[in-house]
Design a protein around this ligand. Structure first.
Ligand code: NAP
Length: 283
């Protein structure tokens, strides 16, 4: 058997996939754009190979000896290159792609994941699509700065609820799918938490754990966009974040699915637990 190539290892989900595979003593390689930088961030214990999805000359060496992929789509990549990489992976003998997708993708032809899933199906490469809900870790990522500086959750999500999923749980399903193969091939899993919460409830949970008052500002789309642009964030990124929360505001993000428990035989990590585990980052 060959080994697993993990992409996005310096990011949220890939980093956790690496931890799960390591704990299970599975053979894997970490695909990174900058080996030195990755080694500084993640340590010396992994084997790193250079992969820049925007540079096809890096594909073959990254895929040497690889028969399974954990694949995430960096939003800044070109889809043409991304599809070229998957095609090359198939040519070089990859037999299973576990792909990080997004919940409800089937209703969103305008998001890249829709086209990426369609491409893999058409290509005929065996896949497992992990259609993930809203990451709990968004609270320590694009929501971090406002929570730290102003004790507020600043997203235009109204009173909409979302089914938070911890990326550690997504990584667990990824590892199981990669290692068990068979039954997970050509499956689409919807990975959500077990509860849907609105951001008022999230703020209350954070207030309790962090022992300081965190409030939900609930800006309008217009206020959010103007503020983030004035803060210096790039327009495409601000639009993407606004779009994700509009979906929540419209009540479309609250669905709960049981795929996680069915596959792992346990309950997903609750948001309160995630806040406990990560509390240092907001201090
Ligand atoms: N946030 C959510 O709630 C949510 C929910 C469902 C699905 N998703 C999907 O999850 C994905 C993001 O996952 P994430 O949060 O784990 O990622 P992330 O933390 O944003 O990290 C991005 C990763 O992509 C790598 N990367 C960027 N450009 C690259 C290139 N040209 N070639 C190779 N690698 C490259 C980065 O590596 P470097 O170290 O080289 O920069 C980094 O490891 C997106 O596709 C998003 O749509 C997100």
């Amino acid at each position: 058997m060959g080994c697993i190539l993990v992409t996005g290892v310096t990011g949220n989900v890939g980093q956790e996939v690496v931890k799960k595979l390591e704990a299970l003593h599975a053979p894997f390689l970490c695909a990174v754009r900058n080996v030195d930088k990755a080694r500084q961030q993640l340590g010396d214990s992994h084997t790193y190979v250079k992969l820049d999805l925007l540079d096809p000359s890096t594909y073959d060496s990254a895929l040497r000896g690889v028969d399974r992929l954990f694949l995430m789509y960096p939003p800044e990549t070109s889809m043409e290159h991304f599809h070229g990489f998957i095609r090359r992976a198939q040519e070089l003998g990859v037999q299973h792609v576990v792909y990080l997708s997004v919940k409800d993708v089937q209703y969103m032809p305008f998001v890249p994941h829709f086209k990426n899933e369609k491409f893999m199906r058409k290509l005929g490469i065996p896949y497992t699509f992990l259609r993930a809900g809203y990451f709990s870790q968004n609270l320590n990522m694009f929501l971090l700065d406002e929570i730290k500086r102003h004790d507020r959750i600043y997203v235009p999500a109204g009173k909409g609820k979302t089914s938070f999923i911890d990326v550690r749980d997504i990584a667990e399903v990824a590892a199981i799918s990669l290692l068990e193969g068979g039954v997970h091939r050509n499956q689409s899993y919807v990975i959500t938490g077990s509860e849907a919460l609105d951001f008022y409830e999230v703020a209350a949970l954070m207030t309790k754990v962090l022992k300081r008052d965190i409030h939900y500002a609930n800006p309008t789309m217009k206020e959010f966009t103007a503020y983030m642009l004035q803060k210096g964030l790039e327009e495409p990124y601000v639009k993407l974040v606004a779009g994700i929360h509009l979906f929540t505001k419209l009540g479309l993000a609250k669905g709960i699915r049981k795929d996680f428990t069915r596959i792992t035989k346990r309950s997903p990590i609750r948001l309160a637990q995630y806040i406990e585990d990560y509390q240092q980052v907001w201090k």
